[in-house]
Design a binder for this molecule. Sequence first.
Ligand code: ZN
Length: 214
Amino acid sequence: MFLEPHFKGQRSGWIEVVCGSMFSGKTEELIRRLKRARIANQKVEIFKPKIDTRYDDKKVVSHDANSILSMPIEHSSQLLELTDGVNVIGIDEAQFFDSELPEVCQTLALRGNRVIVAGLDMDYKGNPFGPMPNLLAVAEYITKVHAICQHCGNLATHSYRVSDEGGTVVLGEKDRYEARCRTCYHMGNILNLKVVEDKKEEEVKKPTNQQTLL
Ligand code: ZN
């Protein structure tokens, strides 16, 4: 478990990143750290991108409904204007922010802020997600949390999209995604491709009504 190196008395701030797949407990970990900072009388503010409105406009809501109030913002640069007098800055769903987020976080850390960022490290295709890889490169502390693979029970690192919608940003929960280990994630993709190919083959083989009539 991550233990804060210190709450107070340091001249400079730092960046922490909590990353992992869906259902890995990223937001719960972010909330845990923010609540501890509050106990230490730190002024805490939480932000999230405006795109994520799954549950509530003003709350960071984790899957176990252990929520904390947050502010939805359009662009990462707003963090610089909205954090006067704040000690600890929490950022949730960071993968949906613009590419300036790592730079903004570094500015905030230089100002003396403790910045805690939570986000998906990979999209459903298994590629690094948005500003997350650059954030991971510049962070002082990184925690990768794991879900449990819904197929085999091993540690899960991948978010497998169950639905067949395209596009990187498809908001959803258990109706659209499953946490999977590397093997089950890739097996799923291979089987899925096979299903698509089988369907195509069937369509080619199956005579259309018109052909039957002829
Ligand atoms: Zn598995």
